[in-house]
Design a protein around this ligand. Structure first.
Ligand SMILES: Nc1ncnc2c1ncn2[C@@H]1O[C@H](COP(=O)(O)OP(=O)(O)OP(=O)(O)O)[C@@H](O)[C@H]1O
Length: 439
């Protein structure tokens, strides 16, 4: 068989048993098989929309067809627009992630006083990997450009050294992959994938704190990479010293190089970011609108971007003739929506249960084990803080517990957060996970 084109034709014909020809045509008409190796099949489609649909719905069907052909299980990777080039070029394409997007480059990063150190350090690392700051540790609140800088480093290094193996991984994916590798007896493969990288980029490293096997694996990965003189970059939502559940030996290593923070942008930087985003879309925003956004969204660049996109869409829809007042009113309405928007108790309970690895129904119910009781109290506390629910309404979420019980729980957690930095950190983590669900 002439792989992979012939193989793909076979896969498609097997898939016909599972779905209609129209469905296949709609989603796979311009898909091309890129490669097949011992455990991975790579497919490419020039449309990101189709890539997302294939990824979310049709991977199991493809896997089933591959299983029929080879009696073996394959991981299926679907690449979209712009992702093929980086993928094919790397020395060992298989395990290397390369961000295909042009969106996150140094050129598109607006520098201001809040992020200039992080930007300068990232640029230095990208220009001279492993010769300046190693590891580089970038920290800051959500949505301030940490991932953007990490991708920018990847881009630049890839451009200067196309032969480098650049590995990018998120902290939580590292944990999940490790668990799976252990379960399937593929520890060695997992190790090789990360320990032989030329550049190792880990986003949101705070997720591995408190997870024993991930920390152990990270420790050895770090040592191998560091001793071999490879560049390591981490991002996190807080500095190493505030990661209380992190192993000391990792904390000290994270601090070996340069920890730099990104702060929320100041007014001038916010204006510059908004202008920049609008210009790139080929549009102009009237000054009063620009100022209004810059004055009202102060903490998060992701939110600034979202608002700018909505306004541009609104302007586009209304045409040239739209006046400043109309746009300003629309912007005000957007902010009003935002203020009224609160997380649901279901989501909060779900995130707390996930954190403690407890069933949500046990958390709502009567179980009295120590962990469940604490988790339940934390959930009540979070619901109180993050929603408008009354104590009585909160009680209802927990099989009708009365308002005194709820109040007692909230009091207890309030005290605990002051006495125990670990609990304070757990709550911060859960909070971040809840907020992430609404981004
Ligand atoms: N200085 C900047 N200039 C231009 N765009 C920016 C800047 N800072 C952030 N952004 C944009 O804001 C969005 C959010 O940034 P990014 O995803 O890098 O945040 P983050 O700090 O990694 O957040 P999280 O911790 O939630 O992952 C991105 O689209 C990014 O391009």
């Amino acid at each position: 068989m002439n792989l992979p084109a012939d193989l793909w034709a076979k896969v498609l014909s097997l898939m016909e048993g599972e779905m209609t020809a129209t469905t296949i045509n709609t989603w796979f008409d311009d898909a091309v098989a890129v490669s097949l190796d011992a455990n991975r099949f790579v497919l490419y489609t020039p449309s990101n929309f189709k890539r997302d649909i294939i990824q979310s719905r049709y991977v199991p069907v493809i896997q089933k067809a591959l299983y029929e052909l080879f009696s073996a299980e394959f991981e299926v990777v679907v690449l979209g627009e712009g992702e093929l080039e980086g993928y094919g070029k790397s020395a060992d394409a298989e395990d290397v992630f390369f961000p295909g997007t042009e969106e996150y480059t140094f050129e598109r990063f607006v520098v201001g006083s809040s992020n200039k150190f992080a930007h300068a350090a990232a640029l230095a690392v990208a220009e001279q990997p492993a010769q300046t700051y190693n590891p580089l540790f970038i920290y800051g609140e959500s949505g301030l450009g940490k991932t953007h800088l990490l991708y920018a480093i990847a881009h630049k290094i890839h451009k200067n050294h196309p032969e480098f193996r650049i590995v990018y991984i998120k902290g939580d994916s590292f944990t999940n992959e490790l668990i799976q590798a252990i379960r399937e007896g593929r520890n060695q493969e997992f190790r090789e994938k990360y320990r032989y990288a030329d550049v190792f980029l880990m986003d949101d490293v705070q997720f591995i704190a408190g997870k024993e096997s991930s920390q152990e694996e990270m420790f050895h990965t770090f040592n191998s990479l560091y001793e071999a003189g490879r560049q390591i970059v981490f991002t996190a939502d807080r500095p190493p010293k505030e990661m209380l559940r992190l192993d000391d030996r990792l904390r000290t290593r994270f601090e070996w190089g340069l920890p730099v923070d990104i702060q929320p942008p100041d007014y001038e930087t916010r204006v510059a970011i908004i202008k920049n985003k609008a210009i790139r879309r080929g549009m102009n925003l009237p000054d009063p609108v620009l100022q209004y956004i810059a004055e009202n969204i102060t903490s998060n660049v992701r939110q600034i971007e979202g608002t700018v996109n909505k306004i541009l869409a609104f302007q586009e829809l209304m045409g040239e003739s739209v006046d400043v007042d109309t746009v300003t009113r629309a912007v005000r309405d957007m902010f009003k929506d935002k203020a009224e928007f609160l997380p649901s108790p279901d989501v909060i309970i779900d995130e707390v249960s996930k954190f403690y690895n407890i069933d949500a129904s046990a958390l709502r119910g009567q179980s009295r084990t120590k962990d469940t009781a604490l988790a339940r109290q934390i959930a009540m506390y979070q619901i109180r803080r993050m929603t408008n629910l009354s104590l009585k309404e909160i009680g209802k979420e927990f099989e009708g517990r009365d308002h005194a019980t709820v109040m007692h729980s909230i009091d207890r957690i309030e005290k605990l957060t002051k006495q125990s930095p670990e609990i304070a950190e757990v709550i911060k983590d859960i909070n971040a996970n809840i907020n992430a669900r609404y981004e």
